[in-house]
Design a binder for this molecule. Structure first.
Ligand code: SAM
Length: 326
């Protein structure tokens, strides 16, 4: 079996694919006030994504996550899931979504081969949801989470970005959902992207969140393997679900980074927080053969840096998260 290693001896086996830069929400921390969209022709076609995945799988990529923008606003996403699930070597396809359209698509995505889903949800309060996302869609998201559970897209993980003075008072409510509803909740430290409205927002550290939810009982580390990412997991007393922490700001996890990202316009990006990219789209459209595509993927792996420096630079990124694919 082939395996891909970067210059720091990390094995790279995980590809996150952004299928669109468009989104049906306008989260204050993710999008700029106004943002030009990519043109339809700039976006990789499903057949092009399939080709990249085939070549990447032959080099050692075995896990795929589809993201965006909002992946479910792209037409017929189940068709892409179905075709990627047929690629030899791919054994895990997951999705990151805001959940607004999930109740509509959960069953067909599961049937097409999707294994699991992460749903981004930052508040359980209707008015606050509208403030953070710019849209009045909390009920749709909650229904979407139920639909994902019923369709068997397990584990359904809920991602909450904790924002200073905006939703930090809800971390205990979210943690309680791991006891009462068996949710798997992950608290994510907000990253200040230059390309968004970051200057008005503040990070709440995982340490602070832990202290807050400590009021519900002692957090026991749990060894359950929940995915391919950097979260550290714990369980509260009596909880079926888990609490996870993702700490890009206070404790970087670059030493265990196993991923590459493919942007919706076909740029292969070794790191979310570094603007280096390798252009696959140009080569795909110029009829590149398998060897050429392999060489470009190898190039992206070779320029992967040892670690990001977001916490020293304070802001980063020419492109906002919705364009790169979160
Ligand atoms: N639309 C999908 C969704 O909402 O899950 C996928 C794309 S979204 C960019 C992926 C994840 O990135 C979401 O969980 C979102 O909360 C997170 N995210 C976006 N901007 C962020 C930031 N500045 N800091 C931390 N997380 C961020």
């Amino acid at each position: 079996m082939n395996a891909l290693f970067d210059s720091w001896q990390r094995q790279i086996n995980y590809l996150r694919i952004s299928v669109t830069d468009r989104c049906n929400l306008r989260c204050i921390y993710c999008t700029a006030e106004s943002m030009p969209h990519l043109l339809h022709d700039d976006i990789l076609h499903y057949e092009e994504i399939h080709r990249v995945v085939q070549v990447a799988a032959s080099m050692g990529i075995n896990k795929i996550r589809l993201t965006g923008g909002e992946p479910l606003v792209r037409l017929d996403l189940s068709r892409l899931v179905g075709s990627l699930s047929q690629v030899e070597g791919i054994d895990d396809i997951s999705l990151t979504t805001n959940g607004v359209l999930l109740s509509e698509y959960a069953v067909e995505l599961k049937e097409a081969g999707l294994k699991r889903v992460n749903v981004s949800l930052d508040t359980l309060k209707k008015d606050r949801f509208k403030y953070i996302t710019g849209r009045d869609k909390l009920m749709e998201v909650l229904t979407g989470i139920e639909a994902a559970h019923s369709a068997g897209l397990h584990p359904v993980k809920i991602n909450m970005v904790v924002l200073r003075d905006i939703n930090e008072d809800e971390t205990v409510d979210f943690a309680r959902m791991t006891i009462n509803e068996g949710w798997h909740v992950r608290f994510i430290e907000f990253m200040p992207f230059q390309a968004t409205r970051a200057e008005t927002l503040g990070t709440v550290s995982a340490r602070e969140v832990r202290k807050c939810i400590g009021s519900l009982g002692r957090l026991e580390p749990c060894a359950v393997k929940m995915g391919n990412g950097p979260a550290k997991y714990y369980r509260l007393p009596g909880a079926k679900g888990t609490v996870g922490f993702i700490t890009p700001m206070t404790e970087h996890f670059c030493n265990v980074c196993n991923r590459l990202r493919l942007t919706s316009d076909g740029q292969l990006r070794p790191c979310l927080l570094d603007d280096d990219e390798v252009d696959l789209r140009k080569s795909l459209r110029n009829g590149a053969n398998i060897e050429k595509l392999k060489q470009l993927i190898q190039e992206a792996v070779a320029i992967k840096r040892e670690r990001h420096h977001l916490n020293e630079k304070l802001t980063t990124g020419e492109r906002p998260m919705c364009q790169i694919g979160g």
